[in-house]
Design a binder for this molecule. Structure first.
Ligand SMILES: C[S@@+](CC[C@H](N)C(=O)[O-])C[C@H]1O[C@@H](n2cnc3c(N)ncnc32)[C@H](O)[C@@H]1O
Length: 426
């Protein structure tokens, strides 16, 4: 989406004018405050139509609430397999990283750390039990040092030998590894981690078959910062995100955690196949099920969610299909092995027209298994609903209107909310 500079200036000017009416400004910018109009279905339709057309204004306006530094965490753990890039010549290049795209490009894609001299040296020593100085890679690294190149944190052979002594101790007591080399990373423009220091520690953790490592983020590419700020604006307008984010650097609060996915994975009775996620939101479940080998389709009505869902999908290199339309307009594909219908169908019980569309949709779709998360019928949003089912009535409603015949309760509540998960099957 390209927004002209002029348009963006005008929007920010109007936004600044609102500083004279802080209460009004706050209400306008908190999207959930607008939801009061949801009580009247006609208003609701207008509000969402306007929102879907102009939601991108959220990304333009400036506000002190959007200070990334206040929310961003710099020390956390990541999966080692995210560290696929290494920044060589780190000292000279580091200082320029803030401004210079070319220096980021100097990061070498290692993909496979096991092919680096540092890893091979450690493997030959710790696994094949060879002496350090009899290993070919040892001589190569020492040669690098004598050519005034750094190896890890070391600038000469004496420091290098001391490092290897520390690694000997760390191999038998991994806690000591924290004192050896700090694992420092940067994040490039597309959210990839670039290893700046700590390759020896990473290598030894891999040999110990440890999957995660504590890192310190010391630098972020300006484009990554601006994407994270967009996200912060989005989150701040909506109160909090609905789903957890996959990328470890996007540490925004969400209503739901990984709990639902972990419960389903434990109870998964089917082989990977096609999967439809209805009301996919930010695509969390498609990321997770694609990892399990499913061919996923995310259907989501809100362009704002789709904007972020697409970016998050591309950042993670996922390939699931994103369809930006109402589930009732889905025509592309109507047969799936699995359907996820989490926290979505009850919205369609609130109006007669949507209720009828839901019945029609359930009759049209072919599916073997549906994971279904209904609402809690006591919730306030259902007060004036056209029809309100308790959980079992809702499951039976799905069974009587679809090709599915049986059900089981998988879990009574998740993330502290009384919204159970059901498996409904043929
Ligand atoms: C309450 S959230 C649930 C998100 C997700 N299913 C979960 O449980 O994590 C409902 C989502 O469905 C989307 N949605 C609402 N009506 C829809 C429709 N008719 N077709 C597709 N998506 C819809 C909303 O934009 C929102 O992202």
């Amino acid at each position: 989406m390209v927004i002209s500079k002029l348009k963006s200036k005008l929007i920010n000017f109007a936004w600044k004018l609102l500083t004279y009416a802080p209460g009004l400004k706050d209400t306008i910018y908190r999207f959930y405050a607008w939801r009061i109009f949801e009580i009247v279905p006609k208003f609701k339709d207008y509000i969402y139509k306007i929102y879907d057309k102009f939601w991108y204004i959220e990304l333009i306006i400036e506000n002190k609430d959007f200070d990334l530094k206040k929310v961003q965490i710099n020390k956390y753990d990541v999966k080692i397999n995210r560290l696929r890039y290494i920044l060589n010549q780190s000292d000279s290049v580091m200082t320029n990283l803030e401004k210079n795209d070319k220096d980021w490009e100097k990061a070498e894609i290692v993909g496979d750390i096991t092919k680096k001299d540092e890893y091979i040296l450690l493997k030959k020593h710790f696994v094949d039990k060879e002496n350090w100085h009899e290993i070919q890679e040892y001589s190569r690294l020492v040669k690098k040092l004598s050519n005034n190149q750094r190896v890890g944190d070391c600038s000469n052979e004496f420091e290098f030998k001391r490092l290897l002594d520390q690694l000997d101790q760390g191999f038998h007591n991994p806690e000591l590894l924290n004192n050896i080399e700090r694992v420092k990373v940067g994040i490039n423009k597309s959210g990839k981690y670039v290893l700046i220091s700590g390759l020896f520690v990473i290598a030894i953790l891999m040999l110990l078959e440890i999957d995660n490592v504590d890192v310190e983020v010391v630098i972020r590419h300006p484009q990554w910062k601006s994407f994270s700020t967009e996200f912060l604006k989005f989150q701040s307008i909506h109160g909090e995100l609905y789903q957890p984010l996959i990328h470890p650097d996007l540490s925004f609060k969400s209503s739901y955690t990984d709990e639902r996915f972990l419960i389903i994975r434990e109870n998964l009775t089917i082989e990977p196949g096609s999967l439809l996620d209805i009301g996919a939101n930010l695509g969390y479940f498609c990321h997770k099920f694609e990892d399990l080998g499913f061919d996923c389709y995310a259907v989501e009505i809100r362009p704002s969610n789709v904007h972020f869902m697409k970016k998050l999908r591309d950042i993670e290199g996922k390939t699931f299909k994103i369809i930006n339309k109402s589930i009732f307009d889905l025509r592309e594909k109507l047969e799936f092995d699995v359907i996820l219908a989490f926290n979505i169908f009850h919205h369609f019980l609130r109006e007669k027209e949507l209720y009828e569309k839901l019945i029609d949709f359930l009759n049209r779709i072919k599916v073997h298994t549906m994971y279904f998360q209904p609402h809690d019928p006591r919730e306030a949003i259902m007060k004036n609903a056209y029809i309100n089912f308790n959980n079992e009535q809702f499951v039976n409603f799905i069974i009587s209107n679809s090709c599915l015949n049986n059900f089981e309760l998988v879990n009574k509540q998740t993330d502290g909310r009384t919204r159970p998960i059901y498996r409904i099957f043929e």
